[in-house]
Design a protein around this ligand. Sequence first.
Ligand SMILES: [Zn+2]
Ligand SMILES: [Zn+2]
Length: 459
Amino acid sequence: MKPMAAMLALLWLLTFPVAFAAETPTEIYTVEELLAIGEDPAGSYILMNDLDLTGVEWPCPDFSGTFDGNGHALLNLELTKPGATTAITIDGNQKKYDTYLVGFFGSLQGAEVKNLQLLNVRALIDIDTPCFLGGLAAHSMDSKITGCTVTGTLELRAFDRMFGVAGLVGYGNGTVENCNVDVTLICTDTDPNTKDEQFMGGIFATGFMDVSGCHITIDGYCSEFGYVHNGGITGMYMRRPIGYDYKGNLVNNTVTGKITFFECNPDRRAYCAAEAGEILGSYNRISNTCDFTRDERKDYSVELRPDMCLVPGYEKTVVAPGCDTYGYTLYTCTGCGYSYKDDYTLFAHTVTVWTVTEAPTLEKEGLSTGSCDLCGLEFTRIEPVLEELPTEAPTEPPTEAPTEAPTVPATVVTPAENPPYALLCLLAICILGAIGVCIALLRPKKRRGGKYAKKKVRR
Ligand SMILES: [Zn+2]
Ligand SMILES: [Zn+2]
């Protein structure tokens, strides 16, 4: 038995590091590394810092692994088109649709997503097929979402059979715990002649998810010529597929906000409520706190939007980032006063005083140190190699320097101020040199002057 035990031990030792390595998440530091999750969607990932996604064409990848946001934020995610795959969604009558998916994730399948912040998600989708739009995911099957935050504005324009928009998840099942959502949702039926099913919810548009401990702030706008299903948490809680006996839970959530909508339809039902617009089957609703307004309109001639001005004009106010606060631009309509935040910027420290600790030379980079005016955190920056004699200020500022306050000038010697000092020194040396030359010229004359003196004496 001994050789057998030794072989087993050896096998365990050989396989243990492999098993351990598989559980170690891949660290994400850059946008490129974030985009690479689509290449291994079953992997395990951890976000290592905040990232600004401005200008990134987001592919809405499907995902079945583990994604740990690690408390970090992805700013300015822009969703403009569906992902590469579709999924089957089911309506309240158990009809099935091949549905296009738009979200940070397209479809989550048995995935776990935690502690991720999606701040200032911007989505505008105009589509002629069934479609679900969700800030975190368009579609979720048996997935778990914990401690995530979504803020932003998501707009879906559609007309075909079944579609919807939500702060977190478009359609599906699984669990959502301790998430924060603060969103403006706009859903517009673009064809008055088709009767479709439209869904809107702060957490999920429709499906059968368990939601607990979430805080939802919603400002919804829905213009619909078919059937409306709107709610602070979900538009419609569906029964599970026929024969599946399950009682879902909505527990300890808070809902604040309103949904403004119209349903232009002679056999209208207009489901809109604080927790769930329509409930099919059983659903436990326990200890939810709601401050919700169901704002139904009867004018079907104008699309409902947060800003109803015909030609909105916006004033911009840029708010700079701080050491631990994001910057943003506040847009305020001069006509109606409606305002929203956009163009978020990453944290930035303010260093106005840099001290050169190693002066750059013609051959070698230098170093400067400085501390943040606000939080005192120390920074080091590289001073570039001097191109020429220091008679001119360097043309380019150091590229990796933390943000400088442009209005407050540096009060100690910085690379930019070195040349004037050097110039002064050169000037001083020249003057001293000139004086020296004059003295040197005069001295021999004095010696010769002795002869003159003699001459004078002779006179
Ligand atoms: Zn306005
Ligand atoms: Zn700071």
